[in-house]
Design a binder for this molecule. Sequence first.
Ligand code: PAF
Length: 288
Amino acid sequence: MSLAAHVVRTREALTAQIEGVDSLSRRAVVPTMGALHSGHATLIERAREYVGDSGHVTATIFVNPTQFAANEDFDRYPRSLQADVEVCARHGADLVFAPEVGEMYPDGATQVTVDPGPLGLLYEGAVRPGHFQGVLTVVNKLFNMTQAQVAFFGEKDYQQLVLIKQMVRDLSMGVMVIGVPTVREVDGLAMSSRNRYLAVAERERAELVPNAMKVGVDVANAGGDADAVVVAVEKFFDDSGIDVDYVVVTNPDLGPAPVGGEARLIVAVRLGSVRLLDNTSIQLGARQ
Ligand code: PAF
C-alpha cells in the first residue's frame, strides 16, 4: 500500500502499473463515476481491508456515457477529479484510473455489449431503457482492464449490484463481487453523488425517503406481507410533494417477494428533477 494514489489516464499506463504488481498480491477494483462521497470512501476502505497491506487497490473514475440516455444528466454530472484523487489516496487506493471517453471507447460506443437479460428491463431498467446494458458493458471492460480479482460496489444501487453479480455468474467471469451496505447522511438519506443536485428545500424534504423506508420496515416487523409494505410506503408519499416512480418488495435476488423471510424493499422517487433511490433489507412474516 502506498501513501499517495498514482493516477493514470490511459489504458497503456494502467496495464503497465497492473503488470508491476506482485503476482502474489490480491488485486481489487472499486469502479466509480467520481464525485466521491463517504459511500465511495467506504468501498475503498473495504477493498483495502480485503486485500491487506500487500494487496493492490485500483479505483476507477469514469462518467460512462453509454449508461446515460440523451435526456439525462451526462453533461452536468459532477466532475471533481483532483478532490476525488485525494479521497482515493486517503482511504487506501494505490492507483486511480481516470480515462477520457475516447480512451474507453476509441471506436465510439462498442458494437458488442452485455445484455442484462429480463431483470435489466424491470424497475430502473424500465425507467431508464438501455441503462444497464451500458453499466454492465463498462463494468466488464473495467474488470478486464484492471485485471481485478475482487470488486466492490455499493448496495445503494441494488439492482445494479444484483445484475453485476448475475453477469459474473452467467459469463463465468473470474471476479468476486462484494456488495457494501449503503452509507447514509445524519438524517438517513442514502449518500449519492446526485444529492448535490437537490435545492435546499428539496434536501430537507429528501429525509422523507429514509423515513418511508422505516415505515416499510415497521409494517414488515408487525407481520405485514409484501403488499402491505408497498401500500404503506406509497401512502406515506401521498401529498408529500415527492413523485413515486416505483415501490417494490422482492426477494434478495430481485425475484418475486417471499411469503416470509428476507426480502428487499426498493424505492425510486423524484423530488423536482432529481431521482432518489433507496433500498433496505426487510423481514417478512417477522411475527408469524
Ligand atoms: O455505480 C456507478 O457509479 C456506475 O454505474 C459504475 C458501476 C461505476 C459503472 O459506470
